[in-house]
Design a protein around this ligand. Structure first.
Ligand SMILES: Nc1ncnc2c1ncn2[C@@H]1O[C@H](COP(=O)(O)OP(=O)(O)OP(=O)(O)O)[C@@H](O)[C@H]1O
Ligand code: NI
Length: 339
């Protein structure tokens, strides 16, 4: 007999998130469907303003109160006991328990998660003490073990240091340790390596992959960098103007992109080792013409049509549906067969 298919860790259906502004209510993301299994990394990619962070902030329920709100959809999270909660409607108290508990969070700037006046050890030990009711000494021993597991050498000494005494890379390792303190089922990382230099970036990506294997965490990884996506993500969802326009296994989307926007993004990415040669030869990298439309002037139909070389009349008439291209691979382009 076949084992029943495991429920995904995260299952987002029909998410729509809006912002109240002086000019009225603006929809930042809509029609978002995303599923992430245990041990799987899904990357959200797209240009600045496409809605990547709003999507991840919706899952964390960190939208600015009275400004941003989830207007529709369900965000189901399955914890280690198999209990499913809908984060779209969960009350604030339970949501606070989930952040830093079942959901670990890593942002671009480690200083935004670290408290400058507390030692690294106290910051990691505190949630362990409170949530798992461990005594001080046991929580500190666990903080040291966590710092060792994220590759911080000399952890016994490091726990007594303050964030400013660590390098940028070490600080990001410390925030990862903090995010892992309560053994999350889901890690949300929004541009976690963007502020780091390339060598450190590669080390942090390796670290996240190792931790994921050890803990079979699901990871929602937000980045605008397709090189990072290729490195870390099992699946990728490409966002444009608040919608997912293409989604599928990373390898399939990179090999066989079926949306003109994805093709444009891939064409504007320097090939491995090409950047230096192109700079020396004075060659320009391809850039997608035009800009992302603002939320207040969304074109009717496909939002990418005004920038798209393949656009025809029908593209501006209705928003294309996300159509299945091949197994687990979908595109929101009516011409996906032809491009
Ligand atoms: N607090 C807010 N009030 C009004 N609009 C907002 C607010 N936060 C985000 N937005 C809008 O929502 C849209 C999506 O923004 P989001 O931050 O998700 O983009 P992103 O894809 O993460 O971009 P980046 O790569 O620059 O981080 C943008 O048009 C942005 O202006
Ligand atoms: Ni963002």
């Amino acid at each position: 007999m076949m084992a029943p298919a495991a429920q995904p860790v995260l299952d987002i259906r029909g998410l729509r998130t809006v912002f109240r502004t002086r000019g009225g209510e603006l929809t930042a993301v809509r029609d978002i469907d995303l599923v992430i299994d245990a041990g799987e990394t899904l990357a959200l990619v797209g240009e600045s303003g496409s809605g990547k962070s709003v999507t991840s902030l919706s899952v964390m329920r960190l939208l600015t109160r009275n400004v941003g709100k989830i207007a529709a959809g369900a965000i189901r999270l399955r914890d280690r006991q198999g209990i499913v909660s809908d984060l779209a409607t969960l009350d604030d108290r339970h949501m606070r328990e989930i952040r830093g508990g079942d959901i670990g969070i890593v942002f671009q700037e480690p200083m935004s998660s670290l408290n400058p006046v507390l030692t690294i050890g106290d910051q990691i030990a505190e949630p362990i003490r409170i949530r798992r009711k461990a005594d001080r000494a046991a929580a500190m021993r666990e903080a040291i073990a966590l710092l060792e597991s994220v590759g911080i050498p000399d952890a016994k000494r490091r726990v007594r240091q303050y964030p400013h005494e660590l390098s940028g890379g070490m600080r990001q390792r410390a925030t990862i340790a903090m995010a892992l303190a309560c053994d999350p089922v889901l890690l949300i990382a929004d541009e976690p390596t963007t502020a780091l230099d390339v060598t450190i970036q590669a080390q942090i990506l390796d670290l996240l992959q190792r931790l994921q294997r050890e803990r079979s965490m699901a990871i929602l990884f937000v980045t605008h960098n397709l090189g990072v996506v290729a490195e870390i993500a099992h699946r990728v969802a490409v966002m444009y103007a608040g919608r997912i326009v293409e989604e599928g296994p990373t390898e399939a989307v990179f090999r066989n992109p079926r949306h003109p926007y994805t093709r444009g993004l891939l064409a504007s990415m320097p090939r491995l080792g090409e950047a230096t040669r192109m700079r020396q030869a004075g060659e320009q990298l391809y850039a997608i013409p035009g800009v992302v439309p603002g939320l207040t002037r969304m074109p009717s139909g496909c939002a990418f049509a005004p920038r798209c070389a393949h656009a025809i009349q029908a593209c501006s008439e209705a928003v294309p549906a996300l159509e299945r291209v091949e197994a687990n691979h979908a595109s929101r382009c009516i011409r996906w067969r032809e491009i």
